[in-house]
Design a protein around this ligand. Structure first.
Ligand SMILES: [Zn+2]
Length: 186
């Protein structure tokens, strides 16, 4: 393939190539381009499609930024798609709001995730307490109170357990993305 490649576009579908990636590395783009017989060159953009946790397909356009390499040539970086940031990044994170660099991710998400995890935990605890238990999630689930219909009890138990596991999921997501130590409040 000749020419400057300026303005070339291609589609990069996270569903095809990645399965469960939560982030997009610049290598994903360069490898994929090579696989398709293309080359990422200055001025090129990439159109990326991925699915949000809700199953929606989102399409975004990526722009790149180039720096000189020690051994000659240039290497590409992502340009953070957040227009108020636009930092150079080697990794972008897939979020329901689009692709963000690490810094934007930390600014936009950790507290929200903790809030969500907290809300879900509270929900799980409230159900246990309503059934006469404590809010301690490590204790056995409280037994069915006298007079409560079996189906009602089963439904509440399911709701509580779902909220609890979703809460753990929300926390887990944070740690796997952030890769940062847990800071405990004293
Ligand atoms: Zn950013």
């Amino acid at each position: 393939m000749g020419g400057s490649g300026s303005g070339r576009r291609w589609h990069w579908n996270t569903k095809d190539t990645t399965g469960s990636y939560r982030c997009l590395k610049i290598q994903h783009i360069t490898h994929d381009a090579r696989r398709q017989g293309k080359r990422l060159t200055p001025g090129a953009t990439a159109s990326v499609r991925w699915e949000t946790p809700g199953g929606e397909a989102v399409i975004g356009t990526l722009m790149f930024n180039w720096t000189d390499c020690y051994y000659g040539g240039q290497r590409p970086w992502f340009c953070c798609p957040n227009e108020r940031c636009r930092r150079r990044a080697a990794v972008l994170y897939l979020t329901r709001d689009g692709l963000l660099c690490r810094l934007c991710l930390h600014l936009a998400y950790p507290s929200q995730r903790e809030d969500r995890a907290g809300r879900l935990l509270t929900k799980a605890q409230k159900i246990r307490m309503r059934l006469g238990g404590s809010g301690n999630m490590f204790q056995r689930f409280p037994p069915r109170p006298k007079g409560m219909h079996r189906n009602t009890y089963r439904r509440l138990r399911l709701l509580s357990e779902r909220a609890w596991s979703a809460s753990l999921g929300a926390i887990g997501e944070r740690f796997s993305i952030g890769n940062e130590p847990i800071h405990e409040q004293r």
